[in-house]
Design a protein around this ligand. Structure first.
Ligand SMILES: *Cc1c(COP(=O)(O)O)cnc(C)c1O
Length: 403
């Protein structure tokens, strides 16, 4: 026992030395633009609840009603003890929202990627992933046993180079294997957008499949707020549309939207679906209420409010808006100090470090939501400037216009 703790102690000390040590901060309030930490109220610029739905009465009431009708737990995995109505309702609503034949939900976005990618490709296949794709995609790709290739971030030439290699005689192992390209639509740590039209062109030209993770885009883009694929008019060309229910949708869980055959395959193969207890009914009901709300006029108004706040933050309206506005610092320790300085001034924003981003690319990951007031944004910007000046921290606000 002593050896065990000593080993862990050494590893923890190494994290501390590198500025990579992490702790949980206990929040004694609900999640929202104001959170209570250590007896203080801080203005929150860290949440992915982009439309302010986590505390919306429609979601809260849907969750409460589901508990009253279906209870607190789910009993078992859905293939074992039967599959509860709230999960089917949610999947029907998601498929209708995204305009696909079918949908399947998972307990989280992470579990969605793991179950889906490992169902679709295996050891004779090739998976090609954007350099900045989320950890769950990378982990799933590794777990699948498929050959993993990474293309430079949003670099179509690099991707095409790999695709040509994949279809050439020089790919020794399995020339007839499947090829799956996976990317995010709006990148989680940078807020920039993937060139989905060009990616769809390339995958069609080279006989590959395309999976797009819309975690940070669902609810925010497109005429029906389905995501960036809708905005760019390519949703119908993407074989696998992934998303989470825990960000703009305000609840918890993950989902895949696509063909009936895709969903059937996942029900039969996705181990994170098959071997895991179904999400609680309240989570499914809250997510369904979130999807309904996003489709309503109120959803459209909330999206407008969000882009309005983003424009206040960057000082101008943006043709490619994103709610994720990283302040790039570089050095891990300096990013942590900058976040601490901002907490002293009453603002909560996370310092994101390796391994979430590359070493030396530490940043404050500022997220703006529809629930912020314009005054919150102005006060935060003033506090950021003041903290940077006293700490000589530097740090550039990065936006799609100012990459
Ligand atoms: C948050 C996130 C996930 C994971 O979703 P969870 O529901 O939080 O597990 C997957 N992909 C991306 C791009 C994300 O940002």
């Amino acid at each position: 026992m002593a050896d065990f703790d000593q080993d862990l102690q050494q590893r923890l000390a190494a994290f501390r030395e590198q500025g990579l040590y992490r702790t949980l901060r206990r929040v004694d309030s609900t999640q929202g633009t104001r959170i209570q930490i250590g007896g203080r109220t801080l203005v929150n610029f860290s949440s992915n609840d982009y439309l302010g739905l986590t505390n919306h009465p429609a979601l809260r009431e849907a969750a409460i009603r589901a508990v009253e009708k279906y209870g607190a737990g789910s009993g078992a995995a859905r293939l074992i003890c039967g599959s509860l109505t709230p999960h089917h309702d949610l999947e029907d609503i998601l498929a209708a929202f995204k305009g696909t034949e079918a949908a399947l939900t998972f307990s989280s976005g992470y579990a969605t990627a793991i179950g889906t990618i490992t169902s679709l490709v295996g050891k004779d296949d090739l998976i090609i992933v954007d350099k900045l794709a989320h950890a769950c995609i990378v982990d799933a790709a590794r777990l699948s046993g498929a050959k993993l290739r990474v293309f430079a971030h949003n670099d179509l030439d690099d991707l095409e180079h790999i695709l040509k290699w994949a279809n050439s005689a020089s790919r020794p192992a399995s020339p007839s294997g499947r090829i799956l390209i996976v990317t995010e639509s709006v990148f989680s740590m940078d807020g920039d957008h993937a060139p989905l039209r060009e990616l769809a062109d390339l995958k069609e030209k080279h006989g590959a499949w395309l999976m797009v993770d819309e975690a940070h885009a669902t609810g925010l883009y497109g005429a029906n707020r389905r995501g960036l694929a809708e905005e760019l008019g390519v949703a119908g060309r993407i074989e696998i549309q992934m998303g989470t229910l825990g960000k703009a949708l305000g609840a918890s869980g993950g989902h895949i939207c696509g063909s009936q055959k895709l969903i059937e395959l996942l029900i039969n193969r996705a181990r994170s679906f098959i071997f895991s207890t179904a999400p609680v009914p309240a989570a499914a009901a809250a997510a369904a209420a979130g999807v309904r709300l996003i489709q309503s006029n109120e959803g459209e108004q909330l999206r407008h409010a969000l882009w309005d706040r983003v424009a206040s933050f960057i000082g101008q309206p943006s043709p490619f808006p994103s709610a994720i506005l990283p302040v790039i610092v570089g050095d891990e320790m300096k990013a942590v100090e900058l976040a601490a300085g901002l907490r002293e001034r009453g603002f909560f924003v996370p310092a994101v470090r390796f391994p979430t981003v590359a070493r030396g690319a530490a940043r404050l990951r500022v997220t703006v939501t529809a629930a912020h007031a314009t005054e919150d944004i102005n006060a935060f910007k003033a506090a950021l400037d003041a903290t940077r000046n006293t700490q000589h921290a530097g740090g550039q606000v990065r936006t799609p216009e100012n990459p």
